[in-house]
Design a protein around this ligand. Sequence first.
Ligand code: FES
Length: 183
Amino acid sequence: ASIDTSAQAEEGVRRRDFINIAAVSFAGVGGAAVLVPLVSQMAPSADVLAQSSTEIDISAIQPGQAIKAVFRKQPVFIRNLTPEEVSAADKVDASSLRDPQTLEERTKEGKTNWLITMGVCTHLGCVPLGAGEGEVKGEFGGYFCPCHGSHYDTAARIRKGPAPKNLEVPEYAFISDTVVKIG
Ligand code: FES
């Protein structure tokens, strides 16, 4: 009888293990379903990952267009602002901003049309939209972070939402009129 009891106890343990494992698996599936949209939003796209050089040819970026490059495995937005976008960004009273900076302070002298920023939201690090063809732009004509709804303006300055700072401007220099070196 004692052998039977022990066998039953063992069987009971196995069942509990199974139930525990099943519960964990279901939790895992649920967690994954919630995480996937965030992860895909945070991960740089394949074309971004394929580009490893920090010297970038910008000759094909027309006014009003932008590309995503990569620097230290993080996305960088390189945007050629139209004259209208430059003047709209200039008209903003920088002292009224959460992170006060003029367009001039965020660009190189004589090249205020070239806005180069990290493509990393300063809230929790998602990749904002607005630097690619067909992407949603923020209501200020700039960038929109889909994770928690931060809006950045045409000069990538924070205007609304939880992000505390403007999109960061990385170290960069123009090697020529058509090539920029990030970092
Ligand atoms: Fe961009 Fe939260 S990560 S708003």
